[in-house]
Design a protein around this ligand. Sequence first.
Ligand code: GUN
Ligand code: FE
Length: 425
Amino acid sequence: MKNYVIKGNICYSKTSKELCMTENGYIVCEDGRCAGVYERLPEKYQSLPCYNYEDKIIVPGLVDLHIHAPQYSFRGRGMDLELIDWLNTHTFAEEAKYADLEYAKKAYGIFAEDLKNSATTRACIFATIHTPATLLLMEELEETGLKAYVGKVNMDRNSPEYLCESSAEKSEKDTEEWLIESRKFKNIKPVLTPRFTPSCTDELFERLSKLQKRYGLPVQSHLSENLGETLWVKELCLDIGFYGESYDRYGMFGDGCPTIMAHCVHSGEDEIEMMRRQKVFIAHCPESNANLSSGAAPVKLYLEKGMKVGLGSDIAAGSALSIFKAMVMAVQCSKLRWRLYDQTVLPLTVEEVFYLATKGGGEFFGKVGSFEEGYEFDALVLDDSRIRHPQELSVRERLERLIYLSGECHIAAKFVNGRIIFREN
Ligand code: GUN
Ligand code: FE
């Protein structure tokens, strides 16, 4: 169905400070986009079919700016190490299994189904170095109706032999073949994915940079996540001032190249200034940063500087697929950061994390993550009726409670770009 109306209690962000609420309101979806939010439905839309969600809460779909699909299989395990040891002990061994297409089919089938049923409508996803398995992941995701960027991972150094591409040239060749094959997908688009600076030689970066320009690709990677990692990058790259320059010198750090950098926990002033100026998106992954003892990013500072920020689950360094959980952990980590070691950066508010999970991350996909006119119609209908309470609650209070108690609510319907992903009635 192309054009329709949905009715319920509508909540969305205009800015990181401002939540818009329309109780018992209407959203009009025209050709996959939002044509407006109304308290009373205008005459011209009254002939459209209307899904009445009564007292339920309708929010924009949630955006996961950073997730590793092959790691979904071991989430919740191996959380007693820091980043580099965690990669070497658990992660690389699991990712190597995706050379086997049968294993990949099982694992990515589970991942795609769970992502479809989650609150996430858009995601930026790392696969592995394996082209056939990455294409299979894209196929599985294409069928869900969700929209996503997926990256075949590049890594040609400092990786175990069983998960290391044999040369920069081979990595480039495989990547180009994968890019050409992935043209067949409509909802799932490729993103260039050098794993992080320690796993990529200068030659590989040079080759990827040429591909980036030739195909006009976006880029995703990791930046200033963990202390051990940032010290290692200093040793590996003696000729740069800060970690971000290791991407920037190859033109893969914003400034015309749409870029997501995950974490940015330990970014210094120069790195922050370059990200701001060059409009690099930061994927803030609070659960991952806690699990791997990476630290807590100064997210409020990033927002105050007008930088581009969204949330990421970072499965499997983060255990939960839920971006509601990422919202809660973002608030909690920001409070601990403020209380324990830096009173100059204030904690995040509920308004701010709701914005990060919707419009903040959504901006990477274009006009996504809000119900303002012209935005792609991505929506969740949330049922909080199982949480019992004796007192009257406003919609604002119910939304706040729903973020914290998302495990006790369920999703009654989900829409992406106007397409119904599922709905109860
Ligand atoms: N840095 C390089 N690879 C990874 C990864 O798989 N997860 C996380 N959290 N950080 C990384
Ligand atoms: Fe990651």
